[in-house]
Design a protein around this ligand. Sequence first.
Ligand code: AMP
Length: 510
Amino acid sequence: MNLARLLLRTALASPERPALYLGEELICDYGTLAGRAARVGGFLQGRLGLPPGARVGIWMANIPAYLEVLYGAWFAGLVVVPINAKLHPREAEYILRDAQATVLFVSEDLAGGIAPLLDGHPAIRHVFVPGTAEYRSLHTARPLGDIHQRDADDIAWLFYTSGTTGRPKGVMETHGNLLAMISCYFMDVDAPSGDDALVYAAPASHAAGMLNFPHVIAGARHIMPRSAGFDPAELVELASCHGRLSLFAAPTMIKRLVDHVRDAGADSSLFKTIVYGGGPMYVADVRQALDVMGNCFVQIYGQGESPMTITALGRHHLQDSGHPRYLERIASVGVAQSLVEVRVADSHGVTLPAGEAGEVLVRGPSVMRGYWNNPEATAKTVRDGWLFTGDVGCLDEDGFLTLKDRTKDVIISGGSNIYPREVEEVLLQHPQVHEVSVVGRPHAEWGEEVVAFVVVKSGCAIEAVELDSLCLQNIARFKRPKHYQFVHSLPKSNYGKVLKTALRESLAQE
Ligand code: AMP
């Protein structure tokens, strides 16, 4: 078992099939892509002598070389450590050191920033920059004759958590975990075909990169945008060149894409499948997205510890607007994916009845082997085979999971739990609210009080009293914000997630 077989199989059956594009330009077909990966693997194993299981750091923007480096490492039985290209060089260096990576592939735009940190580095011995002559020489190495045999339990991808509450941890995702993820993708998310075109508009170090697998299996086209990132206008252009696109996008990106398609009057049928997840997508935004773009959306809920694979909310549920619980369903993250079990439990791990909120637990073949070099954290997070996700949610009678918030984001005021998501959903009903985030601030009498950060749509103005009365009409009095802070934007992580920790810190500094 080895993920590299997925590429080899497609390449053997259909070598001439177009595989990789930079914007509208064809870079190579499947035969060439697999051939290059076999040579990269041959170089790493044969010339550098890397033993199976050695770690290969990948700190690259979304450039065409991404796939050949990933698969090249797997050809040789190595472990990839993809690092978000938007991180600071010091953060990237921390990950490389923690992973004890000995080789680094770094894109040209990032190479200069990290070079000084690699001088005399304790682990990194070799650095390759795609586009340089030295990198091209990898393509002349002797290709590996055979893919290195791996077991289901061998690590394929060391995935670093975003580390919003401390140093990032390396999640050991095995070949078996990722194959389970891929199976669920075909069953619960989307079944790509050879006609599909997958565009990498979000960091390939995360979910966007993992979508490569089902599309490699299908022999679909892989498109790296020239911007190497997310640009709604560029996506519309790419779609007019390649046909309907598929992509992964964080909810904040979808909002921008939908606004662009609507404002530019662009053709809304240019997207085949948009997989969203990684953070909450509010009901008002889901409805607008469906109105403007039609039924091309599928939601996934996962985390590095069970990559992309906890629940999914499929097209049929998003489309079923006549269902009596339609609004609750589109506010949920859907139902357990086919190969995993999901339950909601109290702090002792005891299952709670439907409708009660508790921690979300998941068990199944996608759950990580553990945290890299961190058995204590592993023991705390995976107990009796169940992954404790740190997310609070509740299941309904039909098996739909609604996420409330991360356990640490729940506000406890006067002894009652307040889930920020519930308050945010209400505030977003105001037509002039663009974005909102609700956090708790320490309060001498109540323990915590609710504060809302609000971004108003451009050219609009809102009084706090309007938002207060909206809350009074929709939720219990004690849940409504005691303070509103009107801001120009919300702090976001490199994956587009709102950083509640930063909001809480800004309140603490006041
Ligand atoms: P990461 O490990 O960086 O992918 O982050 C995973 C976390 O993102 C989860 O534990 C959730 O808190 C959040 N998340 C992922 N998918 C969703 C989703 N569909 N809706 C809401 N939050 C999500």
